[in-house]
Design a protein around this ligand. Sequence first.
Ligand code: 3HC
Ligand code: NAI
Length: 697
Amino acid sequence: MSDLVRYALDGSVAVLTVDNPPVNALGIGVRTGLKESIERAIADPEVDAIALICAGRTFFAGADIAEFGKPPASPTLREVHEMMESCSKPIVAGIHGTALGGGLETALACHYRIAAPGALLGLPEVKLGILPGAGGTQRLPRLVGVEKAIEMICTGEPIDARQALQMGVVDALAEGDLRDATIDYADYIAAEGLPLKRVRDRDRLIAEAARRPEIFSFARKHYAGARRNFLAPQHCISAIQAATEMDFEGGMRRERELFNELMASDQSTAQRHFFFAERQARKIPDVPRDTTRREIKAAAVIGAGTMGGGIAMTFANAGLPTVIVETSREALEHGMDVIRRNYERTAHKGRISERDVETRMALLTPSLDLADVAGADIVIEAVFENMELKKQVFARLDAVAKPGAILATNTSTLDIDQIAAATSRPEDVIGLHFFSPANVMRLLEVVRGEQTAKEVIATCMDLAKRISKVPVLAGVCHGFIGNRMLHAYFDQAYALLYEGCQPRDVDKAIHDFGFKMGPFAMADLAGLDVSWRVRKETGQSQPIADRLCEMGRFGQKTGAGFYRYAEGSRTPRPDREVTAIVEEEGLKRHEVRRAIGADEIVERCLLALVNEGARILEEGIALRASDIDVIYVHGYSFPVYRGGPMFWAGQIGLGRVLETIKGFHDAGHGDVWQPAPLLERLAAEGHSFQDHDQAGG
Ligand code: 3HC
Ligand code: NAI
């Protein structure tokens, strides 16, 4: 018998305990163990009921994603479920931790379900570009109704145990020890002779929905907008619709067909790559898992501007007391007001309660005295982007921060090593590069200085998870990973304007590719004045953007930038004034303006990202190509269904990518199109960036 499933008797209850760390994924070993244990329980005359529980931190977190793409091995999950549902003795699932995907589907194939109060239950398959393929699209709507099932399956968001009880997904909540509660419940069901409830037999809710087919057209339209270009949500809706149009067996067949289509799709391949990429990014080869961590109980943020305010909110959201230091009372009050207003807006939308607003505000202590950071275990500096100023701040921090405190800078471009050199403890200095708005964006670039201590890195990687961020390690260079690549992307976006495009042409092509917005709408959102100031300071120019700034067009905040914005609106409207400037400046560089198609726009902008990404990888600034993918999806809205720029390049084929890049070089689009040596090498070997990652870089 498989050693992943333990079999024990407790009175007349057979207790099956699955133990497959870390998350009890339902791989072939577990499925075999379940099948054998259930057969044994059925055959044992002493057994009246079966309790199914999991050891460790969670109930089944789903099918084993590592088995995807391999030929299915028997018993399949569906075969195990079939056996469970038709079992002559009641089976009760005892759920703790997270019952996700195939895990929840397994629970739904049991006759009864009992959950620990803290449990979460969900069908997150859509996030992997697939749909629940072991009956979830057929059983869940039978339990909770079609509308709720659509919402759970198309968003992939879990519900908690209390909601699950209310919605009828579980039959009871466990008080006290879950194992005991599950056994008692199973015992009670057998003793009382309660019916073997099979979800497949419940037809009332789906019969009701069958009379309202408009539910499905409405849902299709909704998710076509909310999850633009994603295949999986649409297939999920089709599978749920099948539950209302066919009998259970027919619905299961339709679910399987749709599941197979998705599994074979490029989108799912990309999303599964991304699932592992996110988890891989947390691993740093020379910073092992057992590296000592420093305790973080209190934080401080220097600067209450755009970034400082957002960073402080992030800490307060995670329950960490945080001091916010400013230089002037005015700036401090303004910063605190903005934070309060942000929280109140969130409360107004019903996402947090009024009490949460006050609890979080109470965690924030405003101060005008840098010495008040003395109690902080981590200090994050977010003052103006100026090296001399940052050095001064770090020299003072060195004097006032407690020994062992982590001293972090949020700089987006400056050399962390120079900043660290302003202190007597460079090993405690690190870059924590948040993205704007810092309380919303999930990406965190963790920038490792030459002398940053391993335990400082390990602590920051853990802290990121605590404050709900996705951390990616980067080395020191101008712009680190994300912004250095973005520079190459923007250069091409501008070049396209000079050659023949208008901002809306570039933005449309990039938006259609799957980004939330194109480069010029993004520039308008971020504000054109910041880079204008930098260009003036460094003697550079970008004539189109410079002219817009000279006219006071700084983007959304002034109602005009590359586009025009109606009062109070964020919708970009093309503007004739800009069209004329673009044409005029273009003709100064090129004799004629040419028509440029969407394909070239996408290739110019995105292959520039890939080529620069390859250089960054070769220089060791990024540990892996997949880390770059994580940065672009979380920090720059690269569509996750394309896996990230480096994965996308692999799907095109690096040979073709290289040819296109060489073509741009030959066409005179500039030295940036000199192919990165790593790209040339991988293309010549017939390898992808993923192969490079797997080979250890
Ligand atoms: N299959 C294989 N490995 C899995 C897995 C799964 N379903 N879920 C998690 N893992 C692995 C992770 O890759 C990670 O491995 P590593 O340590 O080697 O990097 C390890 O388990 C721990 O995972 P996390 O780091 O994510 O741990 P957390 O505690 O942060 O989160 C979790 C736990 C919430 C369960 C999270 O892992 C998660 O969301 N897992 C995926 C759940 C999911 O998508 N389930 C659906 C699978 S598809 C399916 O079931 C198809 C079915 O319908 C037929
Ligand atoms: P900001 O101008 O909005 O805020 C800076 C704040 O620092 C101001 O409120 C200022 O009064 C305060 N300040 C200046 N000197 C100080 C001192 N000695 N002590 C305490 N406070 C001081 O700037 P923003 O945008 O928040 O940027 C801050 C840092 O974050 C910069 O290094 C920037 O490069 C970086 N960054 C900015 C991003 C953005 O999108 N704005 C994104 C990521 C990083």
